[in-house]
Design a protein around this ligand. Structure first.
Ligand SMILES: C[S@@+](CC[C@H](N)C(=O)[O-])C[C@H]1O[C@@H](n2cnc3c(N)ncnc32)[C@H](O)[C@@H]1O
Length: 304
């Protein structure tokens, strides 16, 4: 039999997080392309086998026949081999493990020997290979050094903050900013042993970035939602003078707009890598590395 990673290599069975709507009969479904049509999809072929197993032949209670907006989120954990099913929205959501009868509300993901403890609905990269690949790309691009100050903006559960904290060591500092309270709580649980991480439950904004003016930043990673960071945030970030910035993006258009702001502010685009982390779809994940060194060379503190 083939392993799940074999299937991932073929571009199928990779999606570890699925958000379904329910049909009037209570089956999991997806919406048709650019339509409101509800299409039963328990066998969606890009969904990870653990996710498919958790919803196969399962009928969820639907409160009344006209209620078509009920959503179910299924998140599979690669490290534990379980899937957590959460009915959205609201605290009355029922939750259970797809691998047995035991109720489990936290998902554990392991990256570089660190256990990330994720509450329901907290953002996590959907492709099983994504966390390692993206952390590697960010570390190679930023080359953080012991004692430096690093920023992780739009930090989620702290995937990049953890890697940066290991790299800058106990004499360094990592400031992580994230606005979603459950994600901040997950990061706090997962990074509790790293005192060099300062976790801020705030929106990334020109104001919150100006608050870092006293410490500045040597390096920064930002991983915003599809809309990008926007001009004002880019300008406020670069005003802190980081020698290198890693921009992780799931939307090439907003990435291009934000990179144009950086270039206008004297930064150089030194590498732009694209990763096929959404196989069988038109989506692509990019990691852009910017430096404030005129020749694009990394590792100096030369002014822009
Ligand atoms: C694409 S995810 C990246 C998370 C993390 N870097 C990772 O790879 O797991 C974007 C994150 O930004 C958060 N977010 C969205 N808008 C924000 C804002 N204005 N300020 C801070 N965080 C924000 C979301 O809650 C989400 O966790």
């Amino acid at each position: 039999p083939r392993s799940s990673s074999d299937r991932s290599d073929e571009g199928l069975g990779w999606r570890t997080r699925m958000r379904y709507v329910l049909t009037e009969q209570g089956e999991v479904a997806l919406r048709g392309h650019r339509s409101h049509e509800v299409v039963p999809a328990a066998d969606c072929r890009i969904a990870h086998p653990l996710v498919r197993a958790a919803v196969a032949d399962r009928v969820f209670p639907v409160r009344d026949a006209g209620e078509t907006e009920v959503e179910v989120e299924v998140a599979a954990s690669m490290s534990s081999g379980t899937a957590v099913v959460t009915r959205l929205p609201g605290p009355s959501a029922s939750s259970g493990s797809g691998s047995g009868s035991e109720v489990e509300t936290e998902i554990v993901e392991v990256v570089r020997d660190r256990r990330f403890r994720l509450g329901p609905g907290v953002f996590w990269q959907v492709h099983p290979g994504a966390p390692e690949v993206l952390v590697d790309a960010v570390l190679v691009g930023l080359a953080p050094r012991a004692g430096e100050t690093a920023l992780d903006l739009y930090a989620g559960a702290g995937l990049f903050a953890a890697a940066l904290a290991e790299a800058v060591g106990p004499s360094g500092t990592v400031v992580a900013m994230e606005s979603d309270p459950p994600a901040v709580a997950s990061a706090a649980r997962s990074l509790a042993d790293l005192p060099q991480v300062s976790l801020r439950g705030v929106r990334v904004s020109p104001g919150s970035l100006r608050g870092l003016a006293a410490t500045g930043a040597d390096v920064a990673v930002l991983d915003p939602p599809r809309a990008g960071a926007g001009r004002a945030v880019m300008q406020a970030l670069l005003a802190l003078g980081p020698r290198a910035v890693a921009y992780v993006s799931c939307d090439p258009a907003s990435l291009a707009r934000d990179l144009a702001v950086a270039v206008a502010q004297g930064y150089s685009l030194v590498t732009l890598r694209a990763f096929d982390l959404f196989p069988m779809t038109a989506h692509v994940e990019c990691v852009a590395i910017l430096t404030n060194t005129p020749g694009g060379e990394r590792g100096t503190h030369a002014p822009a």
